[in-house]
Design a protein around this ligand. Sequence first.
Ligand SMILES: NC(=O)c1ccc[n+]([C@@H]2O[C@H](COP(=O)([O-])OP(=O)(O)OC[C@H]3O[C@@H](n4cnc5c(N)ncnc54)[C@H](OP(=O)(O)O)[C@@H]3O)[C@@H](O)[C@H]2O)c1
Length: 301
Amino acid sequence: MIVVTTPTGAIGRQVLDRILDSGQAVRVIARDPSRLSARVHAHAEVVAGSHGDADTIMKALDGADRMFWLVPPAGLDHADSARRYYLEFTGAACRTAASRGVRVVGVTSLGHGYRGEAGLLSAALAMDELFESAGVHYRALALPFFMENLLHQARAMGERGTFVLANAADRPLPTVATRDVAAAAAALLLGTGWTGRARVPLVGPDRLTPDAMAEVISDTLDRAVHYRRIPLADHRSAMVRRGASPATAQDFVDMVEAQNDGIYDAELRDLGSVTGTGADTGTGTGFRAWCQDTLVPAARS
Ligand SMILES: NC(=O)c1ccc[n+]([C@@H]2O[C@H](COP(=O)([O-])OP(=O)(O)OC[C@H]3O[C@@H](n4cnc5c(N)ncnc54)[C@H](OP(=O)(O)O)[C@@H]3O)[C@@H](O)[C@H]2O)c1
């Protein structure tokens, strides 16, 4: 039995589709089962509740041997640090998976080995350590910046010709498409030949700077689109005005500073992929292809 968390989320929904296609027994955990499709209700067991809740996770893992694990993005108004949120959310699942020998495929950040504070990314890396130190059989899907992060700016790109981030305009920002994350997660969940602990970095083939992304977006959208970098201090104040706690805003600032400091490079370099020798990264969906099939339709809708 494979348990899938976040079956209504961007990644979880695509993982679930692939597990359903395989015909293997699957159980999902959903806060609101009415949001699940008819196909899911017909072919999956459904446990209602949050996967951060101990009773829910005990019930969902009953008789299960594999689990797709994803910590939901922390809300803006989260009072505590992201690290505390990740660890508290994961605690019960980690204990239950360890005691029952459940193999876990988790969504986390690329950046293992980075020594500085990286806010949200450090929190995800701390979650990996929690699973690893508990002895859970664990595969950490180590991910850079999702291409889909740009989707909520698709309209602005089409209408105003700009997109904004706080990242340095001229620093390469590795990216990945969530479809590739889901494909890798499903392959691991359906595979039976692994135990122990390992990181599985997944990075798309590009190393584009935000300025270079703007060029690709301009080409594919057939209109000039420029990248505008927001100063981090402005971003922090905007977050606080929208209701973010100081801790949440700081976690975001620390994440972007670490991205600008090359947090992703450290793990890629360890794998040898930066020099092109070693890890199986750099395949999958390219940024241009993703713009053509996902961003452009969203910008024109
Ligand atoms: N964005 C990036 O660049 C990036 C990079 C690396 C790693 N990540 C990681 O990727 C993950 C985000 O994945 P995603 O894009 O698939 O997320 P998403 O589309 O925002 O989906 C979030 C899911 O979590 C569920 N959810 C929300 N709050 C919940 C709660 N309190 N209890 C239980 N379920 C809850 C939602 O379901 P309902 O609302 O239907 O209940 C939904 O299924 C995060 O862990 C993030 O750290 C992101």
